[in-house]
Design a protein around this ligand. Structure first.
Ligand SMILES: [Zn+2]
Ligand SMILES: [Zn+2]
Length: 386
C-alpha cells in the first residue's frame, strides 16, 4: 500500500497528557472503498493552515477528549491532524462525481465541520450547529498530510487565479471572523475586538470590509496591536493586567478609554475573541445600551459575569458564535477575498502571513522544535505540503 507523510498522534505508544506536539511519520495513504466513500474524494493537499485549535492539540490543552474518544469509536489509535487546507482532487467516488460534479484536477478548500444532515438543526438549515458533527483533523483524519479523504458535501471550490493559494488555505478561519461579523449588521457601527490573535485580526479586516464605521482593537501583545493598526483598526488599547484577587473582573480603565473615542456612548458591538473571563466582562462593560456582545473566544469550565444586572438593564444581546454558516459564510468569504479592491487579500498576505517569509513551513522535513519557534513568532503558520 502506498504511504505518505503526515503529522500524527498515536495513542498506542504515546500518552496524550504526558506528551506534546505532533509526529512527522509515514502512514498509509487514504483510499476510497465502497459504501460511504462513494460520496468522498481524495485530495492532494497543497497548503494547510495551523490554528489555535492545533496549538491546543500541540500543547494538549484542548481537544484531547474528542481525539481520544473518536479513536476509541473507530477502534484505531492514530490520528492525522489538520483541518484548514487547499488542495487538488486526485480521486473521486462515483457519487461525489455524479451528485456534486467533482472531477480530478478540481481545486478545493473544505468546511472543517462534517455535519450529519439528519439532526434537528441540520433539517432546519442550521448545519453550523449540527448535533452530530465531526471535525476534520480532530475526530477524523485531517490535512497535515500529503493526501486527505473528504466528503464531497464539505468541499468548497476555489479559484486560485483569484485567491492566492496560501490565503485560500485559510478561508476556514477567515470564515470564523466573517461568521462573527455577520451576527449583526456592522454597517456604520462602532466595533471593538477584544483579542487580536489571528481570528481577531481577520475580524478587523472583515468588519472594515463590511462597512463598520470604527474598529477598536484591545490586545495585550504590542506586536499584535501594531498589526491591528496596520490592518485598519482606528484605535488600539492594551488591557490592564487582570486583578490577582478577582481575575475575572473587567479592566477598570477600559470603559473610560472607549467612551473617549465613542462620544461617551460605548461601542455598538463588542467581539470577545480571547477567551479570558476578564475580557468577557470588559466586552460587556464597553458595549452601549442595546448593543451586541459576540462571544467567540473559548474557555473551558465556569465563567463569572460581573455586574450581571448590566446585561439585563442595558438590554444587551449576547451571541455565542461557532464555526461558519454552511455555506452562506463561505459565499461571503469568497466575495471579500476575491474583491481585490478592498485590499483584504494583500493585507492578509503582507501582515498576517508575513509575505510568506518564515510563516510558511514545509511538511517535508518538519522539525517540531523549529516549528515551536515559528508558532511563537507568527499568529498564523501555514504548512506547505506540495
Ligand atoms: Zn482552525
Ligand atoms: Zn446534524
Amino acid at each position: 500500500m502506498a504511504d505518505m507523510l503526515a503529522l500524527t498522534f498515536d495513542a498506542a505508544h504515546t500518552d496524550w497528557d504526558a506528551s506534546t506536539g505532533m509526529v512527522l511519520e509515514h502512514v498509509p495513504r487514504p483510499t476510497l472503498s465502497s459504501g460511504q466513500d462513494r460520496s468522498c474524494v481524495i485530495v492532494k493537499v497543497r497548503f494547510a493552515g495551523f490554528c489555535g485549535t492545533d496549538r491546543g492539540i500541540w500543547w494538549r490543552k484542548a481537544m484531547g477528549d474528542m481525539v481520544l474518544g473518536s479513536l476509541k469509536g473507530e477502534g484505531g489509535t492514530k490520528r492525522v491532524f489538520g483541518h484548514e487546507m487547499l488542495g487538488e482532487i486526485v480521486e473521486v467516488g462515483d457519487k461525489a462525481a455524479t451528485k456534486y460534479g467533482y472531477a480530478p484536477g478540481d481545486v478545493v478548500s473544505t468546511e472543517s465541520h462534517i455535519v450529519c444532515g439528519a439532526c434537528y438543526q441540520c433539517r432546519r438549515g442550521e448545519q453550523h450547529v449540527c448535533a452530530n458533527e465531526k471535525i476534520i483533523g480532530v475526530s477524523m483524519d485531517g490535512c497535515f498530510a500529503e493526501y486527505v479523504k473528504l466528503p464531497a458535501k464539505a468541499l468548497w471550490r476555489t479559484d486560485t487565479s483569484r485567491i492566492r493559494p496560501e490565503i485560500a488555505a485559510v478561508q476556514e478561519p477567515f470564515g470564523n471572523a466573517v461568521h462573527a461579523c455577520q451576527v449583526t449588521d456592522l454597517r456604520g457601527q462602532s466595533v471593538a475586538i477584544l483579542g487580536t490573535g489571528t481570528i481577531g485580526l481577520f475580524a478587523v479586516l472583515v468588519a472594515k470590509g463590511m462597512g463598520a464605521r470604527q474598529v477598536i482593537g484591545i490586545e495585550p501583545d504590542a506586536g499584535r496591536r501594531a498589526q491591528a493598526l496596520q490592518l485598519g483598526a482606528d484605535h488600539v488599547f492594551a488591557p490592564a493586567m487582570p486583578d490577582r484577587q478577582r481575575p475575572h473582573a473587567p479592566d477598570p480603565e477600559l470603559r473610560g478609554a472607549i467612551e473617549a473615542v465613542t462620544d461617551g456612548v460605548g461601542v455598538d458591538v463588542a467581539m470577545e475573541m480571547s477567551g479570558f473571563n476578564s475580557s468577557l466582562n470588559s466586552a460587556i462593560q464597553i458595549t452601549r445600551r442595546g448593543g451586541h456582545v459576540v462571544l467567540f473566544g473559548l474557555k473551558n469550565g465556569d465563567a463569572v459575569i460581573t455586574d450581571f444586572h448590566r446585561v439585563i438593564m442595558n438590554g444587551l444581546q449576547l451571541h455565542g458564535v461557532v464555526g461558519r454558516r454552511i455555506f452562506q459564510t463561505w459565499e461571503m468569504t469568497r466575495g471579500l477575498l476575491e474583491n481585490t479592491s478592498n485590499g483584504i487579500q494583500q493585507a492578509i498576505w503582507e501582515v498576517i502571513l508575513n509575505g510568506g517569509d518564515q510563516a510558511i513551513v514545509d511538511l517535508q522535513g518538519f522539525e517540531p522544535v523549529a516549528f515551536e519557534g515559528v508558532m511563537e513568532r507568527f499568529t498564523k503558520p501555514v504548512i506547505r505540503v506540495a
